[in-house]
Design a protein around this ligand. Structure first.
Ligand code: SAM
Length: 285
């Protein structure tokens, strides 16, 4: 019998396949089965859902997702060395794990997924923010996924859930709050990982809203907040100048004082601003 109980412990897998962690691939592995199970459970009942996992590595979290009953896991991994241990996991849960070799930034896993889909990942830190922004800003909403359960550096997680006015409030907080309800579900010390990273980590759970909190075009909103917080100490009339030849009129039409700074502006006002920029300033303003 080739069942899950016959799978070797993760440390033995790492030794057997010589999976020395590579910094360039953001490899910090989770080997504690209690932790991987706890992360897998954050996404809720997965028995009638597909899970997209990015960066399964030796497969600790992958095993937990399957053990928790995920209907089907699609795992995207860039490191060829991990494919053999992942194939062993696929054999232990026949028909329930599809491993796609490639770069999550360029590979389209969607054709392999059947809704409802949850995304669960101990992300490589070097691509985590980029993937998050992409998952939050498709042109159409709702997206292909129901929830995101993602590991970040604690400092990035704090930025994601930061309220307006706080020092860490910024692009990530706005884009997350616009279309999801994000919350920190777990925090983990460096010692939870092998090898331990320098910083603490946190799992953030994002549950999608069926409709964004305020109307705006994702591309425009993303550009506005990136520009506004790229120079967060500047007044908006200066920080946003590259976006319009008459940015003061645009800001006024959106009901935002041109002398305000990005961190003083809430989500609703940023969405209004994105809408004015998309339409162009109305005549007479
Ligand atoms: N999920 C495993 C765990 O929890 O132990 C490994 C997590 S490790 C932080 C990140 C994983 O993402 C590594 O296995 C790494 O090879 C993989 N990875 C890095 N960049 C990637 C990319 N662009 N696309 C897909 N996988 C990537």
């Amino acid at each position: 019998m080739n069942g899950p109980d016959t799978l070797p412990p993760l440390r033995a897998v790492i030794a057997a396949h010589q999976l020395s962690a590579r910094k360039t691939l953001g490899q910090n592995f989770l080997l504690d089965l209690n932790l991987t199970a706890k992360i897998a459970r954050q996404a809720g009942d997965l028995r009638a859902a597909d899970v997209l996992e990015i960066g399964p590595g030796p497969g600790g979290l992958t095993r937990a997702l399957l053990a928790e009953g995920a209907r089907h896991v699609v795992a995207v991994e860039r490191d060829k060395r991990c494919l053999a241990p992942l194939a062993e996991i696929a054999a232990a849960w026949p028909g329930r794990l599809t491993v796609l070799e490639g770069d999550a930034l360029t590979l389209d896993a969607q054709p392999h997924l059947t809704p409802p889909v949850h995304i669960v990942a101990n992300l490589p830190y070097n691509v985590g923010t980029e993937l998050l922004i992409r998952w939050l800003t498709p042109p159409a909403w709702p997206p292909f996924w129901q929830s995101l359960t993602l590991m970040f550096q604690r400092e990035v997680a704090d930025r994601i859930v930061a309220p307006p006015g706080s020092k860490t409030y910024g692009r990530l907080s706005l884009l997350a709050a616009w279309r999801t309800t994000p919350r920190i579900a777990m925090t983990l010390p460096p010692s939870a990982f092998t090898p331990p990273p320098k910083v603490r980590s946190a799992v953030v759970l994002f549950e999608r809203l069926e409709t964004p909190r305020f109307p705006a075009e994702a591309k425009v909103l993303e550009r506005v907040v990136a520009q506004a917080f790229g120079q967060r100490r500047k007044m908006l009339r200066a920080a946003l100048k590259p976006l319009s030849p008459d940015i003061e009129a645009v800001l006024r039409e959106a009901g935002i004082p041109p002398t305000a700074r990005a961190e003083e502006i809430g989500l609703e006002a940023f969405c209004r601003l994105a809408e004015v920029l998309r339409r162009g300033v109305s005549s007479g303003s």
